[in-house]
Design a protein around this ligand. Structure first.
Ligand SMILES: Nc1ncnc2c1ncn2[C@@H]1O[C@H](COP(=O)(O)OP(=O)(O)OP(=O)(O)O)[C@@H](O)[C@H]1O
Ligand SMILES: [Mg+2]
Length: 229
C-alpha cells in the first residue's frame, strides 16, 4: 500500500532530509514512525501525500507511482488518502461542521449526503454538541479530533497522521489511538508519526524508526523487487 524504493529527498540548502529510504507497508497495517526531531518524519509524510516530490527514485501509494503522477491525477489520488497534519490546519473562519464538510464539498457531493455524513463523523469523535462552534473556541484535543474527522470523512484507504497525540494529555492520547485503531479495524491502512515514547513503549504494533533521514529499523523493504522506475 505504501512503498519507498531507494528514495531521496533533498531540500534547497541543501538539506538531505531523507536518504535511501526503503520501506513497505501492506494494506490494512497499523505502523508507527518514530525518530528524533528534524529527522525527516514530516518530509516522509509529505511525500506520501504528494505534497512533495522525491528528489530521486520512487514513492508508491495505493497503486499510484507518485514520482510520475500527472498533476491532473493528484485530486483523484488524494481521495484515497486522509491526512492529519502536525499543526491541525483547521480553517479558523469555518465552524467544526464546515471544516469537516470541506473535502466532500470539494468533491461536489450532494448537500443531503454531506449533512448526514458530516454529522455522523463529528458524532463519532464525540464533538456533536460543538459542531457549530469555531476552532478558536475548542481545546487542543478537540481541535485534534476535528482534524481526524476531516481526514476520515471520505473513507480513505490510507490514513497518515503526523503527531496526532502531540500536546495531548495521556487520557486524550489513548482516546485518539482508540479512534485510529477502530479506523484500522475497518480496513484503513494507518501510518502514525509520533514522539510519544510512552505510546510506543506500550504498543505491540510495528514501528519504523528513522534517524538523520535514514531508516534504522522496522522497514521490511522489498529490496529484491524491481522498482517502477
Ligand atoms: N521546506 C524546507 N526547506 C528546507 N529544509 C527543510 C524544509 N522542511 C524541513 N526541512 C529540513 O528537513 C529536515 C527534516 O525535517 P522534518 O520536518 O521532516 O523533520 P521531523 O522528523 O518531522 O521533525 P519533528 O519531529 O520536529 O516534527 C530538517 O533538517 C528540517 O530542517
Ligand atoms: Mg514533523
Amino acid at each position: 500500500m505504501i512503498r519507498f524504493s531507494h528514495t531521496y529527498k533533498t531540500y534547497p540548502g541543501p538539506t538531505h532530509a531523507l536518504r535511501d529510504i526503503n520501506l513497505n507497508i501492506d494494506k490494512g497495517e497499523f505502523v508507527y514512525l518514530t525518530g528524533p526531531s528534524g529527522t525527516g518524519k514530516t518530509t516522509l509524510f509529505r511525500l506520501i501525500s504528494a505534497f512533495l516530490l522525491p528528489s530521486s527514485r520512487t514513492v508508491e501509494v495505493a497503486g499510484y507511482n507518485l514520482s510520475k503522477m500527472k498533476p491532473t491525477d493528484v485530486p483523484l489520488f488524494r481521495r484515497r488518502i486522509g491526512v492529519i497534519y502536525q499543526d491541525f490546519r483547521l480553517l479558523q473562519s469555518r465552524t467544526v461542521f464546515e471544516n469537516v464538510a470541506l473535502p466532500l464539498e470539494i468533491r461536489g457531493e450532494r448537500p443531503g449526503y454531506i449533512d448526514q455524513r458530516v454529522k455522523e463523523m463529528i458524532d463519532s469523535v464525540g464533538l456533536y454538541i460543538k459542531k457549530d462552534v469555531y476552532p478558536c473556541q475548542l481545546s487542543g484535543g478537540e481541535q485534534q479530533r476535528v482534524a481526524i474527522a476531516r481526514a476520515l470523512i471520505h473513507h480513505p484507504s490510507v490514513l497518515i497522521a503526523d503527531e496526532p497525540t502531540g500536546n495531548l494529555d495521556p487520557d486524550l492520547s489513548e482516546d485518539i489511538i482508540d479512534l485510529l485503531d477502530k479506523v484500522n479495524a475497518q480496513g484503513t491502512t494507518v501510518f502514525v508519526a509520533t514522539h510519544d515514547h510512552d505510546l510506543v513503549r506500550r504498543t505491540s504494533k510495528r514501528t519504523i524508526h528513522i534517524e538523520e533521514g535514514q531508516v534504522v529499523s522496522g522497514a521490511k523493504p522489498f529490496l529484491n523487487q524491481p522498482s517502477l522506475v
